[in-house]
Design a protein around this ligand. Sequence first.
Ligand code: GLA
Length: 386
Amino acid sequence: MQVSELKQKFFEFFGEGEVSVYFAPGRVNLIGEHTDYNAGFVFPCALSFGIYCLVRKTDLKVFRFRDIKVPNAFDIALEDLSKPVGKEWVNYPIGVIAQFIKNGMPPKSGLDVMFAGFVPMGAGLSSSAAVEVVTGTAFSDIFGYEVSKKDIALYGQRAEHEYAGVKCGIMDQFISAHGAKDHATFLNCDTLEYELVPVKLDGAKIVISNTNSPHKLESSAYNERVAQCNAAVEAIKPYKNINKLGEISWEEFLKVEDKIADPIARKRARHVVSEIKRTTDAVAALKAGDIAKFGLLMNGSHDSLRDDYDVTGLELDTMVNEGRKIEGVIGTRMTGGGFGGCTVSIVKDEAVDTFIAQVGANYEKVTGLKPLFYVAEIGDGGHKVE
Ligand code: GLA
């Protein structure tokens, strides 16, 4: 949909006049999964598709929230802007606005707000982070508050913790705010220092395969993983004083691994610490132009998420297994939180059509679900469009 069409929709909701348009992208993580809340590294990129937010100041004492696809509309009085509203989508923007209010930046007037989302929901491409970041970007700009991209990302993460009940890390909101066209972001989730690395794949493309199996049970299983990682830290502490799994190297981990008595916590920690190493190795490989090595590390990441972290499942494993049968697939893995959602694959240009046709057909045969494929374009982080 063109921006002009989005504006037309806005006028249908709220009448003609001035309107500002903002955008924040979804993301695909190339490698570094379930490492962010462990103070590890991640390597995501922003997608060219995302969520638009159109806004206009009004004289009313209310924020009127609309979405072009979801029928539920909400008119929320200024004094109620921090109060969660049941299990509704509007909690994502409200959760972000609440952080502005907490930090001494209240709304200065009423606002008409319309969202238009082009990230498939529940697909593990961070549609909720995009809503949070576009809200923060729009709110700060329209009311003239100077807030860094980093703080916008942190407000989004807090919204997720406090209003959606998911104890997520910072990756999704950070990349949605900081992404840069044709680059992946190598982020240290402990210090939030980051480096933009050009994604030069020399004759290959990033293909996202949507299992069309929305991530089920994600928040409870996700929070359970967070707790298991913390349990592993406690078990390691008497032998090496760490606060997060990201503080121990793979070599040191091997020496203390057997001190983690609980076999589940041990496996979870093994994934996290090995994944952090794979991520730094993968970034080095990409910088050196060694795409084959990058692909092998992606494969290793998936296997570890399947065997040690237990967040894959039939759909994601089938998509990956079918992908690995195709000549020209350099690497393939699940991306995002897991339990459904998408895989990400690096596929040679000449193999992309075969990949989509064969993986699509075989995946459907095994699961009965029709998948979707997107050849990813890497876009910019949250910004004002006009
Ligand atoms: C979800 C979370 C992120 C991250 C990934 C797994 O997308 O929102 O913070 O933990 O899962 O890497």
